[in-house]
Design a protein around this ligand. Structure first.
Ligand code: ADP
Length: 307
């Protein structure tokens, strides 16, 4: 009988500009590794060297496992070993990567054979521990890989394989992020929007989907334009406007905030431009006296069972 499983799940970028809370893309920049081990002693115990909550109710991984134990009435205690690699709180789906890996690992540990939508549903519950509410964009990407569209009530995840030449450059500024960053960045977004903004975002969101379907990286990148959320949040990222302007000048098709930020993501194709775009983004953050780490990456295939 299997008593231990390790799963690695990737970082992800949510929204892709106009697809707020609906679009997600798994990116191969970083991976979290979660090991679940059955124990005789009941309850859920988190073991980690990383600076994340150790209380299972406050940890996305712990909350997923507790929920699944309850739902499937399993009798064992579970030890969760968490090896973080996705930096937490930078808009790269860190809490989601842990949640995604945990749902996939639990399913495998008990041979539940859950379908993709159910795996995402359980992983999404974990997000309550970090963001305060359930949301599926990051976890869906991290579980399934590629580009995902979250269709709600009832939950259905639509997955589209990205074009093979799609590349991203992510700039992660060296900023101290508040513990409740996602909650804070949700509080600044407008409660009401005007019709013309809605039309603009709907138009761009639609063409992003077509870009993924037609494997057209340029159309995807050129449609990364958000006139609703980005303008409301950009003041929270020092240097954002310079980073964006520089990256576009260096040849990026489109640039926006990754998830709730503060990372900034530029979309491009497999080309020499990527190094130039990285440097341009670094210079943009420098203009705000900030250092940043840049990562050139591509879409990831999603959570993987390691052993
Ligand atoms: P992001 O998606 O930008 O990484 P989140 O708000 O989703 O940001 O996650 C960061 C917050 O979630 C941090 O405050 C962190 O302490 C908390 N958190 C809870 N559990 C985890 C986990 N397993 N991994 C990472 N962060 C976690």
């Amino acid at each position: 009988m299997t008593s231990t499983i390790t799963v690695a799940a990737p970082s992800s970028t949510a929204n892709l500009g106009p697809g707020f809370d609906v679009f997600g893309l798994a990116v191969n920049a970083f991976y979290d590794e979660i090991t679940l081990t059955k124990k005789k002693t009941k309850g859920v115990k988190i073991v980690t060297d990383d600076d994340i909550p150790k209380n299972p109710d406050k940890n996305t991984s712990g909350l997923v496992v507790k929920t699944m134990i309850k739902k499937f009435k399993t009798k064992d205690g579970i030890e969760i070993k968490i090896k973080k690699n996705v930096p937490a709180g930078f808009g790269l789906g860190s809490s989601a990567a842990s949640a995604a890996a945990s749902a996939v690992a639990f399913d495998k540990l008990y041979n539940l054979g859950l379908n993709e939508n159910l795996l995402v549903e359980f992983a999404g519950i974990g997000e309550k521990a970090s963001a305060g509410s359930i949301h599926y964009d990051n976890v869906a990407a991290s579980v399934l890989g590629g580009f995902v569209i979250v269709k709600t009530s009832p939950l259905e995840i639509i997955k589209i394989k990205p074009p093979s030449d799609l590349r991203m450059c992510i700039a992660v500024p060296k900023l101290k992020v508040p513990k409740k960053k996602t909650k804070v960045s949700r509080s600044v977004i407008p409660k009401k929007i005007d019709l013309s903004s809605s039309i603009s975002n709907l138009s761009n969101a639609s063409t992003i989907v077509v870009g993924f379907m037609n494997k057209d990286s340029e159309l995807i990148g050129k449609s990364i334009k958000d006139v609703i959320i980005e303008p409301a949040r950009k003041h929270m990222i020092p240097g954002f406007s310079a980073v964006k302007k520089n990256a576009l000048k260096a040849g990026a098709f489109g640039v926006t905030i990754s998830g709730a930020g503060p990372s900034v993501i530029a979309f491009s194709k497999n080309s020499k431009n990527l190094e130039k775009i990285s440097q341009a983004m670094t210079k943009g953050f420098e203009s705000a006296k900030l250092e940043c780490q840049t990562i050139i990456c591509k879409p990831s295939v999603g959570a993987k069972i390691k052993k």
